[in-house]
Design a protein around this ligand. Structure first.
Ligand SMILES: [Fe+2]
Ligand SMILES: [Fe+2]
Length: 229
């Protein structure tokens, strides 16, 4: 695909969601390939959906002429590392997916597999919270004091929910009928929490990471990859 190819979203077939139409083209792109998208609407929401589908590998910017928006994007090449915040967004997505899998295992009556999935999710989320509390929160106190304090309070609440879920998982199977309720409540809390982080704090964290010449990003990556399964 050449760098000058323009996907015009005004040509989206009737009845097809715009994000589905755009993704059908993007998913064929290899690493390092470029594309332009013409959108009559502000593309911010669409690009967030596409980033989710593409595991945050897109680098994009948009300009407007008042009639519409021209998005220029490329997929990251093999030597082009994810940014700090795209690494964290991807981790959010991975944890969300793990929680959905655990819920469906519980609902399908696969108790042992569900407990194992919940345990892996628990380890991943606790390590993620530690990274945010220890490494990232101190960097944003001056830049984003109030959202940082809110994030820490939400982390405390999430950890309480995780403790409760671990207790349920340790109970005999027949007394754990409400595990799906606990997981559903946590999924709702986590969803709001991740959205607040991504909108209120990621900008400050990315600025801090850009000053450190990759040191912070490397430490976050190293801690995420060395988590217990
Ligand atoms: Fe968090
Ligand atoms: Fe997070």
């Amino acid at each position: 695909m050449s760098c000058c190819y323009v996907l015009d979203l005004r040509l989206t077939p009737q009845g097809v969601p715009v994000s589905t139409y755009a993704y059908s083209v993007l998913r064929e792109m290899g690493p390092g390939e470029s594309l332009r998208i013409w959108s009559p609407e502000d593309p911010t929401l669409l690009m967030a959906q596409l980033q989710n589908h593409m595991r945050h590998t897109l680098v994009w910017h948009a300009v407007t002429d008042g009639q519409g928006y021209l998005v220029t994007l490329h997929t990251r090449g093999p030597d082009e590392a994810l940014t700090l915040t795209d690494t964290l967004r991807r981790d959010h997505d991975d944890m969300d997916a793990r929680l959905v899998r655990a819920l469906s295992l519980v609902n399908g009556g696969h108790w042992r597999e569900a407990v194992s999935e919940v345990t892996a999710f628990d380890h991943a989320l606790r390590a993620h919270i530690l990274i945010e509390n220890d490494l990232l929160a101190p960097l944003a106190v001056r830049d984003a004091g109030e959202p940082t304090a809110l994030m820490r309070r939400e982390h405390d609440d999430i950890l309480i929910q995780l403790d409760a879920i671990q207790e349920v998982c340790a109970s005999p199977e027949e007394s754990c009928a409400d595990l799906d309720t606990w997981l559903g409540l946590l999924a709702a809390s986590l969803n709001k929490h991740e959205f607040r982080e991504e909108t209120l704090l990621f900008g400050a964290w990315e600025r801090a990471a850009s000053i450190g010449r990759g040191t912070l990003l490397n430490e976050v990556r190293q801690r995420l990859s060395s988590r217990a399964p």
